[in-house]
Design a protein around this ligand. Sequence first.
Ligand code: HEM
Length: 463
Amino acid sequence: VLLHPLHDVPGPTLCKITRMPWWIVNYKGDQVPWLRGLHAKYGPVVRYGPNDLSYGTGEAWKSVFGYEKGRPENPKDNNTFIPPIGGVRHMITAEQEQHTRFRRIFSPAFSERALKQQEPLIRKYVHQLVRYLDQTAGDQVNLVDLLNFTTFDIMGDLTFGQPLGLLDNIGYTPWIASTFKSLRVLGIMQFIVYYPIVHTVFNWLEPKFVTDMKMEFFNHTQERVDQRLARGSQQPDIWNLVAPSDAKGDEVLTLKEMYANAELLMTAGTETTASSLSGLFYLLLTHPAIMEAARKEVRSSFKSADDISMEGLANLKHPRRPPSLPPVGQGIPRVAPKGGNVVLGKWVPEGTTLLVHHTSVYRSPAGWKDPDRFDPERWLPDGPESAKYRGDRRDWHQPFSYGPRNCLGQNLAWHEMRLIAAHLLYHFDVELCDKETGDWLDTKCWLVWDRKPLICRVTPVAR
Ligand code: HEM
């Protein structure tokens, strides 16, 4: 306890001896409030395990995730990743060199130019959502499910060249349902893979339902990628944008790399966007004055629904930024490289886990005035409306992460979220059925939030 190089970093005494407190809260899905509590008690840097540091300050983004000349990068923490079923890692978990190659190959599919081409495809599913809500006018609907159906169908079309049919059937396929279920065992799986002995024993004894769950997801992705490649497509989907016909050698993805990254896109590009949108709607529904202002702005800015475009939406005031419910509630840690590194001016030994805790950073009174207050004016350009938030550290807000491994899909996410939100606000008056919903924000988090149903009554606006 006294001789460890991190002995002077504050934190609970038990955490200096064992990682067990972390594993327990991580297993229960309670790590977000736990780490927030530790930051409130111990300050911006907390030792939450013998070799684990959490930063509750946005000053740490650059030091932990950024690239600085002459300083080694902090790589991903491979100890926390579940080994890939197909034997090949995807972009998020890839080693640095492989990551750079993936990033180069996939970037054209997420450029502004690609997005322009993809806009009609995205609109198609937004219109389908609007049509469904028109038909169910006045009924109670679960907005969380409907937003999931929409984002999964969009990403399914972009990744596999065909939708998953969730909006057609208003229901999850067994494949998607098992994805959501598997999140709940993420905490325990992370514990298992972290300790090589436990992992080896687990591999011998792995329960059949866990093997089935992993295989189901992987086989499904593989089949759909194979079908898409066999069928070909003229659509601006991912594969048409990543692979120029004259690509050679290193610039060509192997089939296994395609499977692995398709699986990533279907997880990274769906739940996150739907989560951000459901959080936004919950906050709008519980802040009627802001909801009214948002509706007014959207309804007066477009002459008709057909005019609502990605371009036109980028300049609206509501919402300029997602609310402070980051879809990735905790963040993906890095680890200090061989030989250690300097983080925020302090040397940390090799192998130290470095986590910048999203939720703690976005709720820190050191970075934000009234951090728990939902107020879109916070994000307006400098002027009288945003004056009271002038001291806010907007540069601390990095829900898409920071540095060379930040979110590749952030432009797509922004456009998609704005299109869906604007269409819902333009076409419908949405009302929260409080009794059925309760305190929606009080929920568990396993990497992403275990969102509870958001039960609403949706009434079409008479025009
Ligand atoms: C509100 C929506 C979204 C949020 C908040 C979000 C957030 C994140 C975060 C925190 C990371 C991890 C970066 C790290 O390791 O530090 C990430 C990575 C990634 N996201 Fe997103 N994401 C969103 C939507 C999307 C969408 C729509 C896509 C499209 C497919 C996407 C694709 C990716 C990819 C490919 C990576 C890996 C990037 C890399 O490792 O280079 N994300 N995202």
